[in-house]
Design a binder for this molecule. Structure first.
Ligand code: NAP
Ligand code: HSE
Length: 410
């Protein structure tokens, strides 16, 4: 019988506890959750469990020689990172869903696990319940992986779906995502694309066999997208999705998180609510797609418990990535497309100044003005050029999104 110490007993922690204690036919007599770390041991919890296994002292778990496996499902970097490193150095296997820690300390965590001959597994950190990390680790051994693209955040996809299919306001859709347990403690990470950037960096590290730098992933979220934009997208037969993409070209790579306009008939358009999809372009097998529930208690806990099963079977493989910076970031250079831009103007607004900016950069545009709103539709342009122009415009209320006819320049 392997003893498990659970760090965190919120959405994911409770899901893990329920799977292990209730669906225990297979796991019966193989594992037992013996201690659980929480912040507040007196908090009322909507789950049946023996109260005496709760502690608010991490050392009770991490330094317990009887505990074999740690499940780390506390959010944020600190104290999670400290607990995980200590646990690995104490010779315990660690499973986590915490993508913030995995993406920030990827190399040092894998090195520490390798040195201590224990597993460091993080399937639930990307795509919630979707098994994507394990197949990626296997496939990269016999494939060159050139491109990763996906809807990688349940909360933002849920918000966009509710806004376009059920006319929810942004705030109401976010509140429902929080109630359903999809959102991060601070939902800014979901809405502004930072959560996707972390997941994309984890996938890129494995796929491109290097350590990517989070700061190199250009990130734009969905907080500027309004009902008016959604109506316009509908009118053009498009849906907006927040998409993370990473492309490797020779010894360079580009990665970004951007709102992308996809055809209503495209497979990406059918990925709704908190579902995620990841597409990976491989040299031998071709394109692989992974699809499933990207957030929430049961799917995420399912992925965590699958990692536990791999540890029980001694079937784990820590990707070794001791060579940092094997490939160099080229920013957004490899991304380009046509853009939809909406700018809310006021009475002092100079349309000529805006159009001049595009003309000076040799970007073809069509401009439509409706009351106080300017709509600009561009020709094919590099994502970098558009970002530069948009950051120089001195208006605050605007939104821009790229059409999904992405051409890779290289
Ligand atoms: P959550 O519901 O907010 O639960 C967090 C748990 O951690 C709570 O039990 C809390 O204790 C405990 N905790 C927080 N800070 C602590 C501290 N300093 N010391 C001890 N315990 C502490 O979070 P969650 O949604 O389960 O997410 C957990 C992790 O999984 C995060 O890294 C998240 O990004 C990741 N994840 C979540 C999902 C999802 O759908 N929710 C999916 C994939 C990955 P109290 O109960 O006493 O407050
Ligand atoms: N907040 C995350 C999401 C949880 O909405 O996708 C899953 O990683």
């Amino acid at each position: 019988m392997k003893k498990i110490g659970l760090l965190g007993f919120g959405t994911v922690g409770c899901g893990v506890y329920e799977i292990i204690t209730q669906n225990s036919n297979y796991l019966n007599n193989k594992v037992e959750i013996s201690k659980i770390l929480v912040r507040d041991i007196n908090k009322s919890r909507n789950i049946n469990f023996p109260k005496e296994i709760l502690t608010d002292n991490a050392d009770d778990i991490i330094n317990d020689p009887d505990i074999d496996i740690i499940i780390a499902v506390i959010g944020g970097i600190h104290p999670s990172y400290t607990y995980i490193i200590k646990a690995l150095n104490n010779g315990k296997h660690v499973v986590t869903a915490n993508k913030a820690v995995v993406s920030k300390y990827y190399n040092v965590l894998l090195k520490t696990a390798h040195e201590n001959k224990v597993a460091f597994l993080f399937e639930a950190s990307v795509g919630g319940g979707i098994p994507v990390i394990k197949p990626l680790k296997q496939n990269v051994k016999i494939n060159d992986i050139g491109k990763i693209k996906g809807i990688l955040n349940g909360t933002s996809n849920f918000i966009l779906t509710k806004m376009s299919e059920e006319s929810y306001t942004f705030a109401d859709a976010l509140a429902l995502a929080q109630k359903l347990g999809y959102a991060e403690a601070d939902p800014t990470d979901d809405i502004e694309g930072y959560d996707i950037a972390r997941k994309l960096s984890i996938l890129s590290n494995i796929a491109f066999k290097t350590t990517t730098n989070l700061q190199d992933i250009k990130c734009r979220g969905i907080s500027n997208i309004t009902k008016l934009d959604i109506e316009k997208f509908n009118h053009f037969g498009k849906k907006v999705k927040l998409i993370g993409s990473a492309i490797k070209s020779g010894s360079n790579y580009c990665a970004s998180v951007e709102p992308i306009l996809v055809d209503k008939t495209s497979p990406l358009s059918a990925v709704n609510d908190a579902f995620n999809i990841v597409s990976v372009s491989c040299s031998t097998v071709g394109e692989l797609q992974f699809y499933g529930q990207g957030a929430g208690k049961k799917p995420t806990a399912n992925a965590v418990v699958c990692d536990i099963i791999d540890i029980l079977h001694d079937d784990f493989d820590n990707p070794i990535c001791f060579d940092e910076n094997l490939i160099k970031s080229e920013g957004m250079k490899l991304f380009r497309g046509k853009y939809y831009i909406r700018i809310n103007t006021d009475s002092n607004f100079d349309i000529g100044e805006i159009t001049r900016l595009f003309e000076e950069s040799n970007i073809k545009i069509n401009v439509e003005k409706e009351k106080d709103t300017l709509f600009i539709f561009t020709g094919l342009v590099s994502a970098e050029k558009i970002d530069n122009i948009m950051s120089s415009i001195k208006v605050r209320n605007f939104c821009y999104a790229r059409l999904d006819d992405n051409k890779v320049i290289a």
